[in-house]
Design a protein around this ligand. Sequence first.
Ligand SMILES: C[S@@+](CC[C@H](N)C(=O)[O-])C[C@H]1O[C@@H](n2cnc3c(N)ncnc32)[C@H](O)[C@@H]1O
Length: 287
Amino acid sequence: MQEEKIRKEVREGYAKIAKEEPSSRPTTSCCGSSPTHEELSKKMGYTSEELNSIPKGSNLGLGCGNPVALASLKEGETVIDLGSGAGVDCFLAAKKVGEKGKVIGIDMTPEMLDKARENTRKGNYENVEFRLGEIEHLPVADNKADVVISNCVINLTSNKKKVYEEAFRVLKPGGRIMVSDLVLKKELSAAIREEAHPSSCIKTAIMKDKYLETIEEVGFKDIRILDERQYCSEELTNDSDAKVIIANRNTNAQELKSISELDEKSKKYVEEVLASTLSVNVSAIKP
Ligand SMILES: C[S@@+](CC[C@H](N)C(=O)[O-])C[C@H]1O[C@@H](n2cnc3c(N)ncnc32)[C@H](O)[C@@H]1O
């Protein structure tokens, strides 16, 4: 029941983001906010060249890494993107796998799919397809994919094991995952968990060790953390981060000029989130 309730709230949260005009909100990701999507995305590892190569509106600044840059995609490969949003990583992957390859984005939020499909038309992509579905029940046949990617999505589900089992099922033997995600390096207090909005990426985030164990339990081998960094780096520990976290708490965050202007409770919230989270890029192989 709790799982369903969280899923519903996550879906509603992202439906709202999908329908917003880009300029009408601060750039909001699991990791914070920034004046522009592009600026935030560069902090996550995207280059300007990559961002300029995809249709406008496909990057909503919602990721926490750049999985395509690390996935060593080859021409002709089939890629599945779990929680594809407006399509940013699918379009970057499409270029790498070429016309003989195929990219399938899966998302459970119809409003995000509408956006992603509109972007597909804008960019004339013939090798990209978006499917409505939950990452815990992938609408994909067994042994289809060479690579499964995902960007800042698996933290949002209460059933991470099911997601990784599904990724394992749809991969061909020898296939690989490349996932950018948010994990915890320190347990969050019950109060912070309680207060966090389900779409804020910390509500159902788990400890890094547990996360890696889950990937191992479902049968993946050669599990590697390619890089990890402070989820919101020191320079991001500023007004814009505070704003988005406080925005999730439904207060008048837009008015804030700096973290020092936060009330004590909000400041504690921001500090605890920053001290407890990590952004990781994880790869693994289906034997
Ligand atoms: C943080 S956004 C990331 C979007 C995209 N990966 C990006 O980097 O821009 C999370 C996306 O995952 C989708 N999502 C969250 N939980 C999901 C689930 N259980 N099944 C399918 N999609 C899900 C949301 O609808 C949303 O589009």
